[in-house]
Structure formats: C-alpha cells, structure tokens
Design a protein. Structure first.
Length: 299
C-alpha cells in the first residue's frame, strides 16, 4: 500500500445468531431490534456515514435478509405514504441512506467468529484501510462521533485504531482487553499505544481494565494476520487474536470512547439504551419521563 490511506469503507459483521435474544431473534436479525423507532444497525450505519464513510459492507447470513430490505427502496410503502400524504414518514423511509452512500452484502457461510466475518469482506476491501462497527455496541452520537474521532486520529497516524472503555475487572471475560504497558491510559492521553491484547481473559489474567468496544479502523495488513489466526476463545476465529499478530508488525492505537456505550447484545444493556434514547427522543421525552417516574415510584 502506498500513498495516504483515507478509509471510506465500513464493515458491519451481522451474521451472528443473536441467541441471547431468542425467541425474538429466531426469524429476525438481532441488528434489526429497535431502540425506540430505529433498528440497532441503523444507528451504527448513521455513525459511520456521519464520520465520512460512504461504502457500507454488510457481512450477512441466510437469516439476515431484513437488513438488506431495510436499506433498500420499498416502492409499495412509498406509494402508500404518497397516496395518504404522510410526507414526514415518507421522508423518513426515503432518507435512511443519504445519496452517495453504497451498500454491498457478502455472506459469511458459517458462524466461525468475528475475525472470520471480517476476512469474508476482504474481496470488497481492495487493499484499502477500513472500519469495522459492531451494531450491538450502541454509542450515542449526540455530543461526539466515536468513529469520527477515531478516523481523525487514523488520518494523522495512518495506523490501526480501536475503541476502548473502562470496564470492571470481573467483566473481563466479555471483552477483548488491552495492555498499554507503562503508559497511563486516560482520557487526556488519548490515543494510547497498545502493547498487547487478549480476548476475554479471566479477571486475574486481564492486562488492564480497558475493554474493547466494537469500533475499529484497520490498515489492510489486518487481513494477512486474520489468515494466520487459528481458532481462539470460544473455538472462534477472533479479531482480537489477529490484532495481537498485527501488533508485532505495526503500531495499533486505542482510543477511549467519548460517550456512553450501551451493550445492546445483553438484555439489560438493551433496556438501558431504550430508556436513554426514549428520554432523548423529541417526540417522547416528557411523556416517557412521566411514565418512568410512575413506575419508579412503585418500586
Ligand atoms: C466482540 C469482540 C470483543 C469486543 C466486543 C465488544 O465480542 O470479540 O473483543 O470487546 O465484541 O462488544 P462479542 O461481544 O462478539 O462476544
């Protein structure tokens, strides 16, 4: 790769089974679960687009067709909304994707892990730098765009970068956990160089209390590392293990996320996001707050 890398492509691995939300996810992709009135995947897509990414690559599986439909035109619905003069709703469905944004879909034939899903997208990346967003991790863009901040750093450093947040040590088995060596990882030292990374370590083995959040920007060199990555935690090909290989060749930075992240892969995190986004929703806020107060008063 020569010249300055300007990432424009973003991968959304969406082939996972979503077993933590069964039966809701038996026939529906977990990424289509709504937070108030938008599916999770749309929040991630909006974050990527507002950060400047224009080519969206979804790594899907057979049960994920609803995602393709969501980002496609729906003539029947649009005609109906025109006939019934529901202009506001028409504008919502017509503007899910702005002009100039392209979507591509590629299949992950077997659920062999996040690393494998990213590797499946390689034919569409064409040797460029790219982002990866996990839609389960919902990060509010109200005050700051997490991926946008990472892209600014990437454009300056031309080295891979991933997002982290402070986690409780006892939760280390849910995350990739980074080591920053002797550097002090604080919001003011953002970004910080990673010296090691390990997927879902036991609390006593966790190298720090910084867990990886599902936002990454990679140089294309991650692919050769993914190719060499064997099955790791949970018997899956882990992106974290490929990052550990990449670290042997290149610098990888970590950036502490600028706003709260909601773990919408868990029921509690999903409910918390629903409360936070419901309270912030212009149509609902005061009515929803009154409703919440009522329930809280009964606890
Ligand atoms: C994946 C990654 C993990 C990361 C997490 C963030 O795990 O493997 O390193 O910390 O996403 O959400 P998963 O949540 O798919 O188990």
């Amino acid at each position: 790769m020569t010249g300055i890398m300007k990432p424009r492509k973003a991968i959304f691995p969406v082939a996972g089974l979503g077993t933590r939300f069964l039966p809701a996810t038996k026939a529906n992709p977990k990424e289509m679960l709504p937070i108030v009135d938008k599916p999770l995947i749309q929040y991630a897509v909006e974050e990527a687009i507002s950060a400047g990414f224009t080519d969206l690559i979804f790594v899907t599986s057979s049960s994920k067709r609803a995602i393709e439909d969501h980002f496609d035109k729906n003539f029947e619905l649009e005609c109906r909304l025109i006939e019934t003069q529901k202009h506001e709703l028409l504008s919502i469905v017509q503007n899910i994707l702005p002009k100039g944004v392209n979507c591509a879909y590629i299949r992950q034939p077997e659920t062999l892990g996040l690393g494998h899903a990213v590797l499946c997208a390689r034919p569409l990346i064409n040797g460029e730098a790219f982002a990866v967003l996990l839609a389960d991790d919902l990060i509010s863009t109200a005050s700051s765009n997490c991926l946008g901040n990472m892209l600014t750093v990437f454009n300056q450093t031309q080295t891979s970068i991933l997002a982290v947040e402070h986690i409780k040590r006892e939760d280390s088995q849910k995350y990739g956990v980074i080591d920053t060596g002797t550097q002090d990882a604080t919001a003011t030292s953002n970004p910080v160089k990673i010296t090691a990374i390990v997927e879902k370590p036991l609390p006593q083995d966790a190298p720090s209390s910084f867990g990886v959040v599902g936002r990454y920007i990679f140089t294309p060199d991650i692919f050769s590392c993914l190719e060499k990555t064997a099955q790791g935690a949970g018997g899956e090909i882990q992106l974290t293990d490929a990052i550990a290989l990449l670290l042997k060749k290149q610098c990888v930075n970590a950036m502490i996320i600028p706003s709260k992240r909601y773990d919408c892969g868990s029921k509690l995190g999903y409910l918390e996001a629903t409360i936070a986004f419901g309270l912030a929703h212009p149509e609902l806020n005061s009515d929803f707050a009154a409703l919440l107060k009522h329930y809280v008063s009964q606890l």
